[in-house]
Design a protein around this ligand. Structure first.
Ligand code: OFO
Length: 165
């Protein structure tokens, strides 16, 4: 069964959303470099690569289902942030938004009776649980370290230890 036009359009929109996530996180990484938090900058860079993988997984899936990918413009991300805590809070909010988008895609797959897409999207539903968990944990780390420069340096080192996925 080929992708319906509706499913194809929705997945194309999600490819754009994942690429925007990558772009936003790269902007956050650049901000962290600029304020001398190389560890958090690395963490956000690895996250950027992960978002590219999310986009490419959708990209290949469209073709696997006999569809066609159409790339849309990606909006300019915010360049300045108030603090690393602000970055962490915005990542968490953004991931909650992406979870909503994935759930909407799943609802469309249900409405379209696209059983294959429902199975495929399961991976993203699980992934979003992990994404939100990671983002929330980092928000909490920053809350603990707030006002303690030594703790902040240790946290930056810890975040910089993130391996490539
Ligand atoms: Fe692709 O999960 Fe984050 O945005």
């Amino acid at each position: 069964m080929e992708l319906s036009q509706k499913m194809q359009n929705a997945i194309n929109a999600q490819i754009q959303a994942e690429l925007y996530s990558a772009y936003l996180y790269l902007a956050m990484s650049a901000y962290c470099e600029d304020i001398n938090m190389p560890g958090y900058a690395r963490w956000m860079r690895v996250q950027t690569e992960e978002e590219m993988e999310h986009a490419m997984k959708f990209y290949h899936y469209v073709f696997e289902r006999g569809g066609r990918v159409f790339l849309e413009a990606i909006q300019k991300p915010q360049a300045e942030f108030d603090s690393p805590q602000d970055v962490a809070a915005q990542v968490y909010a953004h991931e909650q938004h992406v979870t909503d988008l994935i759930h909407q895609l799943y609802e469309l797959a249900l409405a379209e009776k696209d059983y294959a897409a429902q199975v495929f999207l399961q991976w993203y539903i699980d992934e979003q649980v992990e994404e939100e968990d990671n983002a929330r944990t980092i928000v909490e780390y920053f809350e603990m370290a707030a006002g303690h420069p030594n703790a902040m340096l240790m946290l930056d080192r810890k975040l910089g230890a993130r391996q490539d996925d």
